[in-house]
Design a protein around this ligand. Structure first.
Ligand SMILES: Cc1ncc(COP(=O)(O)O)c(C=O)c1O
Length: 461
């Protein structure tokens, strides 16, 4: 295969995208005048520019140039019922007509809280905020307040949003050997925040034990996603989360699950599936029915200081906390996500994983569809991936392949996360899943010259 063919394949994919999305390209040029990068969220950016989506209906999206896509992004897993679900739309319309936020306590917030506490095993009581970032920040603050200790352990490659304390080791350093060293992931974060954090490798109970043994009297808690999301998509090994729970108990530190992405896995979240109950949990994404909402909650005695009349209260504010319209949308949405729907989307997720893996095999490409439930991720290797460093190293070696596959699938009507993460929504059926599998097969044919030339380690013998 000549160098030219790999290069040509990449150019063809990008050029086709530009032609199909000409109107989006014009908006992008205009947007760059008023916003750095032309957009306002790093995760939704991809090259050459993000398509402008103008409307969503069920599991379909339409861009500015009227191209139709099956939406497997679902706003990064946060749209469990796709777009404009009738029950959610009615709830929003009814509440909008009575005021969006009334600046006072609301029955609908109580109903939402009761619903969450009845579903999530670790929620004795819950408080609301407007983003997952705030929810992890407040869960960490609750752990520090309860224990009177400062340090929180996070995982290498763990993603918990945009607040300062979690802007370290968001992406693992793949050049490093041995245990991950704490490293800031963003400029502009005070170096001092690192004094309040330690970093452990995911799926490694031995390293966690050593860390706890060395400094348990300074450690307030451990925060982790039950399955790593943004940091490479890594599932817990059997017994790992149970082991983390045992270590937290043994060393008397709090366990915080960040279930912001994994909550859709079960009616009560990933914790319900695996039977491990953390002390605190943060959730977000679909609980607001497509409007911004997050929650953190846990054991009564840990959450008690959020009561403003508590003698040692932790002030918790937010102008839009528990606002009526978001709570109404969220409640209507959650009510439609019962065990039967959970089982359905999880089965479709498995169908997509199986189908994609068959497509990779048929194309002779050594990559793998992984994940659990209704979230499907790609490992850019057919070897063992145990932690974030393994996953990200494999992705780095795949160079432009994830981006090219993502763009070519868009050219063929499948929208996903730029890192090729897929999420099922309830309006989908086997038909949409099978279309995505077919499109993956066609897209692999287009990228094959690139694979053979640039990433030959991914071709199967
Ligand atoms: C596991 C996890 N934690 C925290 C966040 C941050 O949530 P938000 O983007 O609502 O601030 C996300 C967002 O994707 C997430 O996946």
């Amino acid at each position: 295969m000549s160098t030219k063919q790999g290069h040509d394949a990449a150019n063809l994919i990008t050029e086709t995208f530009r032609q199909r999305t000409h109107g989006s390209g014009e908006w992008d040029t205009r947007a760059k005048e008023s916003m750095p990068g032309g957009d306002t969220r790093a995760a939704s950016y991809y090259t050459p520019y993000p398509a402008y989506m103008t409307r969503g209906e069920g599991c379909f999206l339409y861009d500015y140039d009227e191209n139709q896509y099956i939406d497997f992004l679902n706003n990064y897993t946060s749209l469990i019922h796709g777009h404009a679900h009738p029950a959610t739309v009615s709830a929003i319309q009814e509440q909008a007509a009575r005021g969006t936020v009334l600046g006072s306590a609301a029955e609908v917030t109580v109903e939402h809280a009761e619903m969450l506490c009845s579903r999530v095993p670790s929620f004795d009581s819950v408080r609301y905020c407007n983003s997952g970032t705030e929810a992890t920040l407040l869960a960490m603050r609750a752990a520090r307040a309860f224990t009177g200790r400062d340090i929180i352990i996070k995982m290498d490659g763990g993603y918990h949003g945009s607040h300062d304390y979690v802007q370290l080791n968001m992406q693992p350093d793949t050049t490093e050997e041995g245990l991950p060293r704490p490293k800031l992931s963003s400029r502009g974060v005070p170096a001092g925040t690192m004094a309040g954090m330690l970093v452990a490798p995911f799926n490694d109970l031995g390293a966690l034990r050593d860390m706890l043994r060395a400094r348990s009297d300074e450690i307030a808690g451990i925060i982790l996603e039950p399955a790593l999301g943004a940091g490479g998509g890594v599932e817990p090994e059997p017994g790992y989360l149970q082991g983390v729970r045992q270590l937290a108990d043994e060393f008397d530190v709090l366990l915080i699950f960040d279930e912001i992405m994994t909550f859709r896995q079960d009616v009560g979240g990933f914790q319900a599936t695996i039977g491990v109950t953390p002390d605190l949990t943060s959730i977000a994404k679909f609980i607001g029915g497509g409007l911004p909402l997050a929650a953190f909650g846990g054991r009564k005695e840990i959450m008690a200081p959020f009561d403003p009349t508590h003698p040692m209260t932790i002030p918790h504010n937010g102008t839009f906390n528990g606002n009526n319209i978001t709570m109404a949308a969220g409640l209507a949405t959650i009510k439609e996500y019962e065990a039967d729907q959970v089982a359905r989307v999880n089965e479709l997720g498995q169908r997509l994983r199986n189908g994609l893996n068959a497509a990779f095999q048929a194309a002779g490409v050594g990559i793998r569809a992984v994940g659990s439930g209704s979230i499907i991720r790609i490992h850019w290797s057919d070897g063992k991936i145990r932690d974030a460093r393994d996953a990200v190293a494999a992705q780095e070696r795949a160079q432009e392949l994830p981006g090219l596959l993502h763009l070519e699938m868009m050219n063929r009507g499948i929208f996903s996360a730029p890192r090729c993460q897929y999420a099922i929504s309830t309006p989908m059926s086997e038909k949409e899943v099978d279309v995505a599998v077919d499109v993956m097969g066609q897209s692999l044919e287009v990228v094959m010259p690139y694979v053979q030339e640039k990433t030959p380690h991914l071709t199967l013998g």
